[in-house]
Design a protein around this ligand. Sequence first.
Ligand code: SF4
Ligand code: FES
Length: 282
Amino acid sequence: MRLTLEVWRQADAASPGRFERYEVDGVTEEVSMLELLDMLNAQLVAEGREAVAFDHDCREGICGTCGLMVNGQPHGPQDFTPACLQRVRTFSDGDVVTLEPWRAGAFPVVRDLVVDRSSLDRIIASGGYISTATNAAPEALTMPVNKHQAEAAMDHAACIGCGACVAACPNGAAQLFTGAKVAHLAELPQGQVERYERVRSMVATMESEFGSCTNYGECVPACPAAIGLDVISHLNRDFRKAVVVERRGEVPERTDVPWLARLRGGPWWQSDPGDAGEHTER
Ligand code: SF4
Ligand code: FES
């Protein structure tokens, strides 16, 4: 099969980018999206031209580094599949395939198809640590975990941090990613000690670097790990409780985030079902 590739070329974040057209021949249907780029690069290098930069590491759907837009779809046309595992079998001989980097304000282009996703790392870093006993592994029975919660935690932990949810969102919001990370630890006993400080910090970092969620829901079909919208509800619920907990003085007030102070004084925190009848006055 012969494919025509329209590939975004850009020297760095400050330089203007453009699409360049290449022909790749001899593509078989087992070839993955990244192998297609390998084939293109082998051809470019043989011609003495500059190879296309793209991100990848594990090439088996684990690390989350391989994100790119394929014909306007995050990762490509196959559902629940990162770019490294997408096969070109959905294309036909003579098709034109457009390859672009993630488009989001929080992900500046480093080069060609590579973007800087360290803004996601900063959300994780702001979550801090968990307090737990270390050294020898404890007996499993000393910390029983409800089966449903254990399975939910595993489902949320499936997020590979690729950033497709941000790239798919018209607002460039990171609620699906942050929700998955918050919900994953909030389901487990080990995540309880710093639960509300963690969500407060992660949301503050998220809001400072990304757009805000307005429930488009574009993130869910883009996600290769099948993370569901329920994690955003979980995130909002825990964040609301975090402001109530702060209001009660159970965690120190954060004075470095002005909008948190405004929320603390608002009426919405009183509507939490777990706080009915409590704390109706400042
Ligand atoms: S939630 Fe899904 S799309 Fe977003 S970073 Fe995690 S795996 Fe990628
Ligand atoms: S290269 Fe690791 S998930 Fe694709």
